[in-house]
Design a protein around this ligand. Structure first.
Ligand code: NDP
Ligand code: GDR
Length: 366
């Protein structure tokens, strides 16, 4: 019989225990908050001890005795085995990854080691410790595995994969490994095939946060021009807060499965720029084309945006568009935050951050 987490909790008379790899990342923080609210004991694994001892995570740990933090690295099989053995988690959320697509072209072997072999190290530890019937596993799979969405076509669990970069190749391998461990050992292992999800905690190397930071800086008088790559690429962008709920729901199902989480709407980088600048009362007018294209503030004529070939990729997924019908039908999950709300929240958060760093005398950078 497969027990839900509530039944498992009842039968053990102790709170459920979750292990999150990649706790210092955007999703790690949101997921830890969610699980702590639900009464879990949470063990967060991160490779950067300084990051774990400061900011968002340090605040969370000081407020929640149920959160413990541990140092590890996805390339260290022995350490992963040791932590799984010590923690004996009911649920493992494998979020750790070299998650930057552009960087994966510069460091393909490292990306595959961390994202693909690292996932196998974790899966193997569960089985070697004989925990395949007591531990549930979530794998952070990605819409990048699909490659380009065809015009008007939506990507679902049935869509064939066509990875276009080393990051996607590695995620594809981890996806298959997760399914193999499910079939071979009966592990309750699920893949969340998540489309882009953003938030004020997104790292500034991703395009959405790069834009919201630059817009907030312009609001405070910065003259710096925002340099971007491909403005026409389209992404199905949702909010990370909504998506971590879907991760949790996958592990509460009686049977494991693969689920797309997406909004079903995609927008271009150009539209993200326009809406973000509108939040601070600026209208962007585009002039030129291709790598000569620039965006100007209609009112002042000031140049706000320029295209820089440095940010183009050898191959880029030109559009993603997800069909989350299965998640809606089975998990009861939907993306609640609209695109406009997401952009507003990100810009407002960066404005507040600059205000508070200015008040405290700290410098800010874009
Ligand atoms: P982030 O880049 O914000 O977080 C990634 C986490 O992995 C960080 O904690 C990072 O540590 C850690 N990490 C990187 N390399 C290693 C390593 N060698 N050993 C241990 N930890 C490591 O990603 P997100 O939170 O946005 O995403 C979470 C997961 O979901 C990732 O696997 C990502 O690929 C996947 N995903 C994300 C989507 C999105 O739109 N956000 C969509 C689909 C999938 P550090 O802080 O030290 O860098
Ligand atoms: P992505 O996110 O590659 O979709 O991967 P990113 O924000 O890096 O790029 C989105 C699109 O914007 C274009 N772009 C730029 N991108 C960046 N980073 N910087 C720029 O200056 C810039 N200009 C234009 C890119 O070419 C691209 O088309 C994210 C990550 O979270 C992955 O880990 C995750 O799996 C996927 O989303 C789903």
């Amino acid at each position: 019989m497969v027990l839900s987490s509530v039944d498992r909790q009842e039968s053990r008379k102790r709170p459920p225990v979750a292990m999150i790899t990649g706790i210092t990342g955007q999703d790690g923080g949101y997921l830890a908050e969610l699980l702590l609210r639900k009464g879990y004991v949470v063990h967060g694994l991160g490779r950067d001890v300084a990051k774990m001892e400061s900011g968002r995570l340090a605040d969370m740990a000081s407020r929640n005795p149920g959160l413990s933090l541990h140092a590890f690295d996805m390339v260290q099989g022995g350490r992963i085995h040791e932590l799984v053995e010590q923690i004996e988690p009911d649920e493992i959320y494998n979020l750790a990854a070299q998650s930057h697509v552009q960087k994966s072209f510069e460091e393909p072997d490292y990306t595959i080691d961390v994202n693909a072999t690292g996932t196998v190290r974790l899966l193997n530890a569960i089985v070697k410790l004989g925990m395949e019937r007591s531990t549930r596993f979530y794998q952070a799979s990605s819409s990048e595995m699909f490659g380009h969405a065809t015009v008007g076509g939506m990507q679902s669990e049935e869509t064939p994969f066509h990875p276009l970069n080393p990051y996607a190749v590695a995620k594809h391998a981890a996806f298959e490994a997760t399914n193999n461990f499910r079939e071979a050992y009966g592990l309750h292992a699920s893949n969340g095939i998540l489309f882009n999800h953003e938030s004020p905690f997104r790292a500034p190397t991703f395009v959405t946060r790069k834009i919201s930071l630059a817009v907030a800086a312009v609001h405070f008088g910065s003259e710096e021009c925002l340099k971007l790559g491909n403005l026409d690429t389209r992404r199905d962008w949702g909010h990370a807060r909504d998506y971590v709920e879907g991760m949790w729901l996958m592990l509460q199902q009686p049977e494991p499965g693969d689920y797309v989480l997406a909004t079903g709407v995609n927008r271009s980088v150009r539209e993200f720029v326009e809406i973000a600048f509108r939040e601070i009362g600026r209208e962007v007018e585009w002039r030129g084309s291709g790598i000569g294209e620039e965006g100007f503030d209609v009112a002042s004529g000031r140049r706000l945006v320029a295209v820089d070939p440095k940010f183009f990729r050898p191959t880029d997924v030109n559009a993603t568009l997800g069909n989350a019908s299965r998640a809606r039908a089975v998990l009861g999950w939907t993306a609640r935050t609209s695109f406009d709300q997401l952009v507003r929240e990100m810009v407002e958060a960066d404005i507040r951050r600059i205000e508070s760093s200015t008040r405290s005398g700290a410098s800010h950078s874009v």
